[in-house]
Design a protein around this ligand. Structure first.
Ligand code: GLY
Length: 426
């Protein structure tokens, strides 16, 4: 199978690694890619991921059998539709279905029709009066959940007990010309559950947990994700099945009923509170960085699996197989991430097999340098979460990148038994 992966981060590195291990894969390409992917795939750096014409032309020129789209921006822009119209199999939803991530109002409407538990939300439009904004702040919070109602790579969300900080974010989002979404705060531990969805067929992967705040103990601003681990030792035995039955299957059915059947990866971001699993958000693609941990444990050949979704045959796939044990990933971020990350710093000691590249490039001297906020992901796999942590942290400690930082507590609350599901209210 000749495969083209669209994207440039550590998620795409993990996808390429998984695809390369499937004996069915004969040829791998990536566009636009990053400096760490050359050993796995031919890199096409001049292609813009959201330029449907260029992506389709490249897929045709390479005569690929399958295109796998990693990030949300090309999916929301309709790149998968252009490929399908050209007769090319593609893993990823079309533009209409990708609104489950691209439009929070659409996602709320689907959930209301499907009877799925989620936060109450209200939108405030640019140009709203000061009184309207203050009244919304009165109705919500504390804690305030204030979202940029557009694609913001996880960084458009502020969750804060501080009214002034909530107001500051409201003003910044409105000033950028985007609507603001206020949401009621959902309590309880978070679960990222990725499901392969082919119409009404829903196949869950292992559940993971992301660490979104930049500093240890969940302090500091939200980021795209600073680390993740899988599976979740604190999740009830029927936890995944409940999320599938109560959230993912009803949503897949509702999307099919509306004429925008889902095909690709549906990411359910869940907060498990005393009323059970409630949806914080949906994404229309593999999560980053959770995918890097989840795919590290997948034994089922990845190319065949993604191709079965793309060709409408997921229901015929055998049950997924997994490595026993745990995996985690720790993100190495550049100086000043997530505010204004510094790029161009030389990276040393980043050759270990358990390192994935997120934001890297080569400079004029051919040295590996940072090229984004999240620079590298280090993976650890072990029979226990402690063993997985030991492996990842031993590797990351050796990497040299001036000004870089990483969290040292990825998966630690789970290891120390500090996470529990709230009991249902009687
Ligand atoms: N890890 C959060 C996301 O992928 O959106």
């Amino acid at each position: 199978m000749r495969i083209l992966v669209i994207g440039s981060g550590a998620r795409e590195h993990a996808l390429l690694r998984g695809l390369s291990q499937d004996p069915a894969t004969t040829d791998l390409h990536v566009a636009p890619g990053n400096a760490g992917l050359g050993a796995l795939a031919t890199i096409h750096p001049d292609i813009k991921a959201d330029d449907a014409d260029s992506v389709t032309a490249l897929a045709r020129e390479l005569n690929v059998d399958l295109v796998v789209i990693g990030p949300e921006i090309p999916l929301v822009a309709g790149v998968a539709d252009a490929l399908r119209e050209a007769g090319i199999a593609v893993f990823g939803p079309g533009k209409e279905a990708a609104r489950i991530e691209g439009s929070k109002a659409f996602a709320k409407d689907v959930m209301a029709s499907a009877g799925v538990l989620t936060a109450h939300a209200e939108a405030i439009q640019p140009g709203a009066t000061d009184e309207a904004i203050e009244a919304a702040l009165d109705r919500f919070g504390p804690t305030w959940v204030v979202k940029d109602d557009g694609l913001a790579a996880g960084k458009g969300v502020v969750v804060t007990p501080d009214r002034a900080a909530a107001r500051e974010h409201v003003d910044a989002v409105l000033a950028a010309g985007n609507p603001v979404l206020f949401e009621s705060f959902l309590d309880g531990p978070e679960v990222s559950l990725f499901c392969l969805v082919d119409g009404e067929t829903v196949v869950p992967l292992l559940p993971a947990q992301d660490h979104k705040r930049v500093f240890n103990n969940d302090e500091g601003p939200n980021t795209g994700g600073m680390g993740a681990y899988t599976p979740l030792p604190w999740l009830p035995e029927d936890g995944v099945q409940r999320i599938v039955d109560e959230v993912c299957v009803p949503v897949a059915r509702e999307m099919a009923r509306r004429g925008c059947a889902y095909s690709g990866l549906l990411y359910a971001g869940i907060a498990w509170g005393e009323k059970g699993p409630a949806v914080v958000e949906f994404n229309c693609r593999f999560g980053d960085p959770e995918t890097q941990a989840v795919l590290a444990l997948l034994k089922t050949p990845l190319a065949g699996l993604l191709n079965s979704v793309a060709t409408g045959t997921l229901a015929q796939q055998p049950e997924l197989e997994w490595i026993d044990g745990y995996a985690l990933t720790v993100v190495l971020a550049s100086h000043n991430y997530p505010d204004t990350p510094r790029t161009g710093d030389v990276i040393r000691n980043a050759d270990a097999d358990n390192i994935l590249h997120a934001g890297t490039a080569l400079n004029d001297r051919g040295e590996l340098v940072s090229a984004g906020g999240r620079v590298l992901n280090v993976i650890g796999v072990g029979e226990t979460l402690e063993a997985a942590r030991d492996q990842a942290y031993a590797t990351i400690a050796d990497i040299e990148l001036d000004g870089s930082h990483y969290r040292t507590d990825i998966a630690l609350p789970a290891v120390e038994g500090r996470i529990s599901i709230p009991l249902p209210r009687g």
